[in-house]
Design a protein around this ligand. Sequence first.
Ligand code: ASP
Length: 356
Amino acid sequence: MKYLNVKIVTFLIAVTITVVGFAQETELPNVKILATGGTIAGSASSATSGSYEAGQIGIQTMINAVPGIKKLADVSGEQIANVGSQDMTIAIWLKLANRINELLASDDVDGIVITHGTDTQEETAYFLSLVVKSDKPVVLTGSMRSSTSISAEGPLNLYNAVAIASNKEAKGKGVMVSLNDQIHAARDVSKMNTTNVNSFQSPIKGMLGGVFYGRLGFFREPNTKFGSKSKFSVDGVRKLPRVDIIYAYADMSPDLIDVHVKAGAKGIVIAGVGNGNMTDAILNAAKKAYEDHGVIVIRSTRAATGWVLRDNEFKDDKYYTVASGDLNPSKSRILLMLALSEGEKLDTIQNLFYTY
Ligand code: ASP
């Protein structure tokens, strides 16, 4: 009898272990969706009108519009903001970054999706990639067509973003941007077209991976520093130093530099012509801005793709300028703001542009 009881108890323990084990294996990942607005949350009075208002729909309505999303993950939404991303602010970036760091520190959250307007999505993605201290996936998505449009692509983009954020393969890839079945690294991606659903591209390095109705694969690894390896942090940061961007053109006036310095810029990014070029007068104004006010000037480019090389047509050392490498003007601004906020100086900033 005693022997029989031992056998029954052993059997029950085995059943319990199997059931618990099975339950753990089939448990869905937890994905938090942080909504910030954009066209994906936009609505129009007509399904065939290109004119609409961004940031109208709440996150719960967006989640409800995606069939099958709850089979991918345990999703829950949180509204961080509801703006067109042309109105994105550093204050919202800081709020978003702090909330993501808080959520990802918990064992209860496996990944984050951010819904965001497309206009400045690459900026938010790059900023977050430098200050989110986790290797768990963070995926930004949005749409080019509003939620009420004919063939709105937002729901499929959101479905795919949740699939990426739930996938173990996406761990350690940094902050990603996913629209139109593509996965891009935050640092490399740019909005390349004003209206097309295939607007997002990584013109220099190419896509990170692809996603098709939730099935996904990666083609390469991002090759710069980000996430837990990044030296930048927003812990206790309430604002960032002012950095402005000046767009270069033929025969531009050098007093533009003085205007920005007077307005309080601590750094200036010049979207130069070609390989980060600009007139002699602007170069001399940049030199003076550094000598007189310690303002750091970055040479980036207005060209859509390509490197800005140090000491190419002229010597950066002579003018105290920094070459942006393959970082576009708006992302160069973000890196410079974070660098200045950490107290970095001219002699270390060039290296940051090679590293991040
Ligand atoms: N202006 C919109 C935004 O960035 C465009 C979009 O989301 O596609 O919020």
